[in-house]
Write a protein that binds this ligand. Structure first.
Ligand code: G6P
Ligand code: MG
Length: 220
């Protein structure tokens, strides 16, 4: 019994920014003299910027001083910012606005739960900021996904019990975080990769209003 809340990851759920993260990481890898593939980029989904650079340097077998590490973190982010600078509403993933409108019309609280420190400007650029009652991102959390912290803070901000929250995620670490928070986990993307999720959909076009109603009424 009680109020339900919905929490959305950003990258790969609301907008397809994974391609921009990939291009920026690949540029850095190439500068450091090695290749970085799209398959390797899968490992970066839902993972903090710092952890991504550690993994990238492992892939290239590159040792870095603290100063180099910090410089490369900044460089990657500047390149990423240059890509997202041009983002607009056309980059919102299919049917995301329908789902957000469905929830808004019913006064369901909505939060963002993302590892990105660039979440707010991206939501502004694509025009979705007004939908969110709370934004919890890489600037507000100490422990990265799969730790449930980001989603627990979001639930707290929405004043909704964790077990009454529904999470949409495209990253394995994100699904694990939602499960650890005792929330309903919904995988958006490849079922083979996101098989720990409670429900799986390729994208939001597969999520009809009937299923959303079911989620709303589940806890009544
Ligand atoms: C999301 C993405 C990751 C990215 C992380 C940090 O979780 O899926 O690929 O590394 O955010 O993003 P940031 O914008 O802070 O570099
Ligand atoms: Mg994601």
């Amino acid at each position: 019994m009680g109020k339900v809340g919905f929490i959305f990851d950003l990258d790969g759920v609301i907008v397809d920014t994974a391609k921009y993260h990939y291009l920026a990481w690949r540029k850095l890898a190439n500068e450091l003299g090695f290749e970085f593939t799209k398959e390797q980029n899968e490992l970066f989904k839902g993972v903090s910027r710092k952890r991504c650079l550690e993994i990238l340097l492992d892939i290239g077998n590159v040792k870095a001083t603290q100063k180099q590490f910090d410089t490369w973190m900044i460089e990657k982010n500047l390149d990423y910012l240059a890509y997202i600078e041009k983002m607009d509403a056309s980059e919102i993933l299919p049917d995301v606005p329908r789902v957000l409108n469905f929830l808004k019309e019913r006064n369901i609280p909505i939060a963002l739960g993302s590892a990105s420190k660039n979440a707010q400007p991206i939501l502004e650029k694509v025009g979705l900021l007004p939908y969110f009652d709370s934004i919890v991102d890489g600037n507000n959390v100490a422990k990265a996904k799969p730790d449930p912290e980001v989603f627990l803070i979001a639930a707290d901000n929405l004043k909704v019990k964790p077990e009454l929250c529904v999470v949409f995620e495209d990253a394995v670490a994100g699904i694990q975080a939602a499960n650890a928070a005792d929330m309903v986990s919904i995988g958006i993307g490849d079922l083979d990769i996101l098989n720990e999720a409670q429900y799986n959909f390729k994208d939001f076009t597969e999520i009809d209003n009937q299923f959303l109603e079911l989620l709303l009424n589940k806890n009544k």
